[in-house]
Write a protein that binds this ligand. Structure first.
Ligand code: NDP
Length: 445
């Protein structure tokens, strides 16, 4: 432990004021002692120390003009974290809370997640403190064009391939891709994923992260007896991940009874009406309270408060980091939760994860449970490279197999290292091992 602790102390010293990044590194380090003991050659080669330092970090000014003619300035980031397994791959987040530490935590997680998919993709992440809420389409377009005017020189289908994340959906990817195409004079479809279906996008990409998180919950439950069927689930968020997690829960025979946004949450004991939710959130870009108002009886809106107070058997946190804390985890356990599958990145705090592990709840960490999104992005890259488009059924089948594969890998690795059923350890060790072996092969670079 001494060597790992020393490396962690060094991470704290070299990266001050980045608590989310520290949290993500600590969570991985907690799992690595077992593999360090068996394979001292990794630390001899400085693998862990090198993994903690991004290969490249880009920070840039993003000036744009709003609808009133006023010049606005945001900050853009891209952290190209690790390319041992393939081109840097990871989403862009547009949210006022974005800073370098947030992007580094997300990029660090992405390395292991992408490794777990078994596909040839490295880890990266990016974004800006730009807030798309309340902006006109023209403002979002001008911002995206300015953002890409700097970022394009760092991207390429063999170099770095961004996708969406919080605040970045099909609209933003369209503006970004259009500007990349104009600047480079190349129709390089594989440079961005999450594209529209008419111009190089993949079926199932939009649904993939949410679907994958629900499939992972189903697999965890099946490994302990019976799957999702007939069970109640709570879902947080009402964005891309949450909406399609709800859809897959319903398809698997469960009932998702909640959704939320930063203003509060709704409970609908009859099961969330997906069409209504999509109309409000995807089409009208409205707020979650409108769901309860339009749905009528059986649905209620709770302003503020914690969605995790609602008694359920399955919890799918699909909004943002650290949204589920120790108190919320304790409440979920008290109310009889059986499985927690993280659709968002690091939504459970360190303390919450300890509560779930101590109570022997099936807990799927984000880097395993939400890997379906990036896996389907890699499938989009495959289709772009072969100038082909796959059917929904075929792509969904590939996604399902990948999620089942990740589940099995986590379980088998946890077993191999003497911690049966520990998905956190399984995901961290399996994700790490593949990246470490590739880095060993390349020498010290
Ligand atoms: P969206 O922007 O589509 O939706 C985010 C949702 O979470 C919104 O409902 C938003 O509400 C809510 N939310 C965001 N911040 C907060 C906050 N501080 N407090 C409460 N609610 C909040 O993003 P995605 O669905 O794409 O992403 C959700 C999570 O999933 C993120 O952690 C992301 O990193 C992760 N993820 C996404 C992938 C993808 O493919 N999109 C892939 C893997 C992980 P409001 O509108 O009020 O802000």
């Amino acid at each position: 432990m001494a060597a790992l602790q020393q490396t962690f102390d060094e991470v704290l010293r070299r990266n001050p004021g980045e608590p989310e990044f520290h949290q993500a590194v600590r969570e991985v380090f907690d799992s690595l002692q077992v593999i360090q003991d068996r394979h001292p050659e990794y630390s001899d080669a400085g693998i862990i120390t090198r993994l903690c330092e991004p290969e490249r970090q880009i920070i840039f000014r993003v000036p744009w003009v709003d609808d009133q003619g006023t010049v606005q300035v945001n900050r853009g980031f891209r952290v190209e974290y690790n390319s041992a397994l393939g081109p840097y791959k990871g989403g862009l987040r547009f949210h006022p809370s974005v800073n370098l530490g947030i992007v580094k935590f997300l990029g660090f997680e992405q390395i292991f997640k992408n490794s777990l998919t078994g596909l040839p993709i490295g880890g990266g992440k990016g974004g800006s403190d730009f807030d798309p809420h309340g902006k006109s389409d023209d403002e979002v377009m001008r911002f995206c064009q300015s953002f890409m005017t700097e970022l394009y020189r760092h991207l390429g289908e063999y170099t770095d391939v961004p996708a969406g994340d919080i605040g970045v959906g099909a609209r933003e990817i369209g503006f970004l891709f259009g500007q990349y195409k104009r600047l480079t004079n190349r129709y390089e479809a594989g440079v961005l994923t999450g594209k529209g279906l008419d111009w190089g996008g993949s079926l199932v990409r939009k649904e993939a992260t949410g679907y994958g998180a629900a499939i992972f919950a189903d697999e965890m439950l099946k490994a302990r007896g019976a799957g999702l069927e007939g069970k109640k689930a709570s879902v947080s968020g009402s964005g891309n991940v949450a909406i399609y997690a709800i859809e897959k829960v319903h398809q698997l025979g469960g009932t998702a009874i909640t959704a939320s946004d930063s203003s509060g949450y709704v409970v609908d004991e009859n099961g969330i009406d997906l069409e209504l939710l999509r109309q409000i959130k995807e089409v009208e870009r409205g707020r979650i309270h409108e769901y309860a108002e339009r749905r009528g009886e059986g649905a209620r809106f709770v302003e503020g408060g914690s969605v995790w107070d609602v008694p359920v058997e399955i919890a799918l946190p699909c909004a943002t980091q650290n949204e589920l804390d120790e108190d919320a985890a304790t409440t979920l356990v008290k109310n009889g939760v059986l499985a927690v599958s993280e659709g968002a990145n690091m939504p459970s705090t360190h303390e919450a994860v300890q509560v779930f592990r101590e109570a022997d709840i099936a807990f799927g960490p984000g880097k395993a449970a939400n890997a379906g999104g990036v896996a389907t992005s890699a499938l989009e890259m495959q289709q772009n490279a072969s100038r082909d488009t796959w059917t929904f059924e075929y792509t969904e089948e590939r996604l399902t197999q990948i999620m089942r594969g990740i589940h099995t890998t986590c379980l088998e690795t946890a077993e191999e290292f003497g911690r049966p059923g520990d998905y956190v350890l399984g995901a961290n060790v399996a994700g790490f091992r593949k990246v470490a072996d590739a880095m060993m092969a390349f020498g010290v670079i």
